[in-house]
Design a protein around this ligand. Structure first.
Ligand code: ATP
Ligand code: MG
Length: 377
């Protein structure tokens, strides 16, 4: 907030209007630390760039410049409207405007449509403060129009309801029900990012209920996922835990994974955790072979009662590289060249060490190896 105020002062000194806007004002009034502070200004992107030494063109076509100051990044966006949404998603063009009022009018919900001066005076043109007090998510203007302009807003309403624990105002909710099918026009990446936020929010259950009640689940990719039971589940701030919790209840989890274009890292952790859920027993080798994230995620749904972190840390080795010997040693001891035999023996030894049946010391391993090798070859 301090840096944003500094940015505003610099802009104002140069003759422009500038305000803190959007989520930061909402969070400030709620007494919460905002994640990021956005500034709206009458200055055009090039004029913003001319005033600060370090800037990044993060979204210059939409009027946004990231100003780097005092080790922080503040997004400064030129006052704008979004004209003609021919496809229910992104505006066809943005039009820069001279008034804050028009800029606030294009914003999604009353609680997100307030501005604040550098002296923390709140400008509230649409009853945002009142809605914050009543804990309501209400569209700015006519909800039908607003959701037709940008259908992602429907999902944003539901996301904010879970994040803030707020109710969706009646007309706004009715409108979401009417236009639910338009969610199909939104890029899946944008949809996933909102659902990620639902999973890490205060009251996920509330958002999931709205998803069902509004019939958005009918039109979302793999929407049946959100019909699954969520009672008593906690993601502890990790969206992937939420996805996993719902996916593991599915017969065909992989089609949903495909639909939502999970990253390779996300795919891997989900696949691995599904493997873990399918295992009947977990032993030291299991703890060794899977990452702590995979283990915790699977343990939560499988209700495995183990002190995973502690028990994993107690394993004789954590990775292959902790072994006291390597393939070269085996080659030296046998005089053989590298080949598939090496992998077989290394794995055998690795297992014995992990299970604590063989001490991880070069001499001990050598004795065991030479003895066993000669019995087999
Ligand atoms: P968060 O704390 O999750 O970042 P936020 O309110 O800052 O919440 P952002 O997605 O960062 O949400 O958007 C910043 C602001 O931009 C919003 O508060 C809102 O005023 C406006 N906004 C964002 N997305 C839309 C949209 N699709 N339609 C209209 N206004 C939007
Ligand atoms: Mg934000």
């Amino acid at each position: 907030m301090k840096t944003a105020i500094k940015v505003i002062k610099i802009l104002k000194k140069a003759g422009f209007e500038a305000y803190i806007v959007g989520g930061a004002v909402r969070d400030y009034l709620l007494g919460k630390e905002p994640c990021d502070v956005d500034v709206a200004s009458s200055a055009l992107p090039q004029q913003v760039k001319a005033l600060f030494t370090r800037t990044i063109d993060t979204g210059i076509d939409h009027g946004t410049v990231l100003v780097l100051l005092d080790g922080e990044g503040i997004e400064v966006t030129t006052f704008r409207t979004e004209s003609s949404y021919s496809d229910n998603r992104r505006p066809d063009s943005v039009e820069f405007v001279q008034s804050l009022c028009e800029d606030l009018q294009r914003r999604d919900f009353t609680i997100n449509a307030m501005a604040m001066t550098e002296s923390l005076k709140v400008i509230d043109l649409f009853g945002g403060k009142q809605d914050l007090t009543s804990q309501l998510i209400r569209a700015v203007g006519d909800p039908d129009e607003r959701f037709q302009e940008d259908a992602l807003r429907m999902l944003r309403a539901i996301r904010f309801s879970g994040q803030l624990g707020f109710t969706i105002e009646r007309e706004t909710l009715t409108s979401i029900k009417s236009y639910a099918s338009l969610i199909q026009t939104i890029a899946v990446e944008r949809v996933k990012s909102e659902i990620d936020k639902i999973f890490t929010s205060l009251d996920t259950q509330k958002s999931l209920k709205y998803l069902r009640d509004s019939r958005l689940t009918i039109f979302l990719p793999a929407g049946e996922l959100f019909e699954n039971d969520w009672t008593f589940y906690r993601t502890n701030g990790h969206a992937i835990f939420g996805w996993f919790y719902l996916l593991h209840q599915q017969n065909q989890p992989f089609s949903a994974i495909k639909d939502y274009r999970f990253s390779n890292a996300e795919k891997r952790v989900i696949e691995k955790s599904l493997e873990l859920v399918a295992l009947t027993t977990w032993d030291q080798w299991t703890l060794y072979s899977y990452s702590i994230e995979q283990l915790i995620m699977a343990a939560q749904v499988k209700k495995v009662n183990m002190e995973l972190e502690k028990e994993k840390a107690l394993l004789p080795i954590q990775t292959k590289s902790d072994l006291a010997v390597n393939g070269l040693d085996f080659m030296q001891w046998t005089g053989e060249k590298s080949g598939p035999w090496l992998k077989v023996w290394l794995e055998k030894m690795e297992k014995l060490v992990v299970y604590g049946l063989l001490t991880n010391e070069k001499e001990t391993i050598k004795d065991w190896f030479v003895n066993e090798y000669h019995r087999h070859v």
